[in-house]
Design a protein around this ligand. Structure first.
Ligand SMILES: Cc1cc2nc3c(=O)[nH]c(=O)nc-3n(C[C@H](O)[C@H](O)[C@H](O)COP(=O)(O)OP(=O)(O)OC[C@H]3O[C@@H](n4cnc5c(N)ncnc54)[C@H](O)[C@@H]3O)c2cc1C
Length: 508
């Protein structure tokens, strides 16, 4: 089928910028969340000026605190009235930071928590996320499958109906199931094996022929040799609604929670004991008696590399731009009732894909035609709009929405949902966000070795919305010195560094 897409210039793409509050350090509220879906705009979010002054980088073999301690000495000035003292300071108000803040507030009624973001919540990858919390596309038996499964169970607990700020309605929880789609006989065989593995885990997976899949999803078109794997228990949320609800739930812990938005972490500093316990922002010094948690998504690697003067961090996490398109389905097109995803998505976390990404695009600050991956996904939001994804590429921190990528996403989508060929270009909104890609293949949730007081929770790539509650639970377990509810194998897999040797990092 020849898919056609109406193409127009970049300037015709709808433009808008997330709502930006006046730059002042007062605590913000959930009403400051970006309210617009379109984040296509020039790059420049990651300017060096907002990070610590350039530190001489060294190819250190150990992660130790002296560089941070030296920064403390140089930045030690008179304290200001705006200075703040808390137990935990979380850097980054994406889904990981927000979920961690709420989990800590609930876990210990004595804890005071500050959440810091140089913009507002959802300014990073979280604002672009599609919102599926799925198991179907993960490798059954892997630590990341287990992490996702445990995390999903924790989402249900977080959304206890007794908490008015954080309900299933507030996050637009939809138990609609997922369908993984194959177009070839080979892929269909892979789906059959996946179906068996999921069933062995006790999940009610079902393999459908192309005709059966179309009966359940009339807008869908698969070749006769294609198939679909239906997993009815898969579900989805609205990522931005979820972030807003988490922020409201944090704010309900008044007196113990401080949100500092439009206030970036400039540098970390250590106290006399050598423990890293201070964050310097433009407006104040935040002292964290217990810990500082780095949850800066794709920015985590650059931030830690600068602060710890350790180049390994810069290679550990990198931005992988993703575009997601939002539109109204064309008149006459049957509504997409399940979450849909082509099966090739499953390869994104393979070793080969990771190595290919590194090889094709250098160190993540370039872009190349052959390095752009387009994989079809589709979900229908609670409000009825159609979300169609998505692209993956190493394009630095750019939030641009290049026309040819938008066009390629639409063409790929029309291969599976032919009616989409009729969508008018001006009816497409684009979300762009930097997925926090982890070179090691999965997130790191762990104390930073050799740096007392510092934890990192980053690198969730395309799974942060799914994995946020389990990530937060593990951070809380470390901080409160309690056993984690996560399986020990999962905890190990998330430890830092994640599966790569020092030599691997240094050779990047
Ligand atoms: C197109 C797309 C679709 C996706 N779909 C899904 C999906 O369906 N399901 C799923 O589970 N996941 C999905 N993801 C992935 C998910 O969105 C991410 O894994 C997740 O949002 C990462 O959250 P985070 O909190 O780690 O980072 P982010 O959301 O990027 O947050 C990091 C924050 O740090 C702030 N920051 C940066 N530097 C500083 C500084 N120096 N000081 C203070 N603050 C700073 C930024 O402003 C930002 O708000 C998708 C991602 C994309 C791009």
């Amino acid at each position: 089928m020849a898919a056609t897409v109406h193409v127009c210039s970049q300037s015709q793409l709808p433009q808008c910028t997330p709502a930006v509050r006046a730059a002042q350090p007062a605590a913000a509220t959930s009403s400051t969340l970006p309210s617009c879906t379109v984040t296509a705009r020039p790059s420049g979010l990651h300017r060096r000026s907002v990070l610590a002054p350039a530190q001489p980088r060294r190819r250190a073999a150990s992660l130790t605190a002296p560089v941070v301690a030296a920064a403390a000495a140089s930045s030690a000035g008179a304290s200001s009235a705006a200075d703040l003292e808390v137990d935990v300071c979380i850097l980054g108000a994406g889904i990981i930071g927000l979920c961690t803040a709420l989990t800590l507030l609930r876990a210990d009624p004595g804890l005071r928590v500050a959440l810091l973001d140089r913009q507002v919540p959802c300014s990073g990858a979280t604002g672009a996320g599609q919102g599926y919390l799925w198991l179907a596309h993960r490798d059954v038996g892997s630590p990341l499958f287990q992490l996702a499964a445990e995390s999903r169970a924790m989402w249900r607990e977080l959304l206890a109906p007794a908490v008015p700020e954080l309900t299933t309605a507030a996050v637009e929880w939809q138990e609609v199931g997922s369908m993984l789609l194959s177009s070839t006989a080979d892929e269909a065989a892979g789906l059959a094996a996946r179906c068996q593995a999921l069933a062995a885990e006790g999940l009610a997976a079902q393999l459908l022929t192309a005709a059966e899949a179309r009966r359940r999803e009339p807008a869908l078109q698969l070749p006769a040799q294609g198939a679909a794997l239906l997993l009815p228990s898969d579900l989805q949320v609205n990522g931005r609604a979820t972030a807003a609800a988490l922020l409201r739930a944090c704010e309900a812990h008044s007196g113990r929670f401080t949100a500092l938005f439009e206030e970036g972490a400039l540098r970390l500093a250590a106290g006399e004991s050598g423990r890293v316990d201070q964050v310097q922002t433009q407006a104040r010094r935040v002292r964290a008696r217990r810990s500082i948690v780095v949850a800066l998504g794709a920015w985590s690697g650059a931030f830690l590399a600068d602060q710890l003067a350790d180049v390994r961090w810069a290679g550990a996490f990198r931005p992988r731009r993703g575009l997601l398109l939002e539109m109204t389905a064309p008149a006459g097109m049957p509504a997409v009732s399940h979450g849909l995803m082509e099966v090739s998505y499953t390869s994104h976390y393979s070793r080969q894909a990771i190595a290919g990404g590194k090889g094709a695009q250098g160190k993540g600050d370039g872009d190349s035609e052959e390095g752009i991956d387009i994989t079809f996904t589709a979900t229908t939001s609670a409000s009825g709009s159609l979300l169609v994804g998505s692209s993956r590429e190493f394009a630095g921190y750019s939030r641009d929405a290049p026309e040819h990528i938008v066009s390629a996403i639409m063409q790929r989508a029309a291969h599976f949902l032919p009616a989409l060929a009729a969508v008018r270009w001006q009816d497409i909104s684009v979300r762009a966000g930097p997925r926090p890609f982890a070179t090691a293949g999965g997130p790191t949730v762990s104390p930073v070795p050799g740096v007392e007081g510092l934890l990192v929770a980053a690198g969730h790539e395309g799974s942060g919305l799914t994995m946020a509650p389990a990530t937060a639970e593990l951070v809380a377990a470390y901080l409160l010195d309690q056993p984690s509810r996560l399986d020990e194998r999962v905890v190990e897999a998330l430890r830092c560094p994640f599966g790569l040797s020092i030599e691997d990092y240094l050779s990047m």
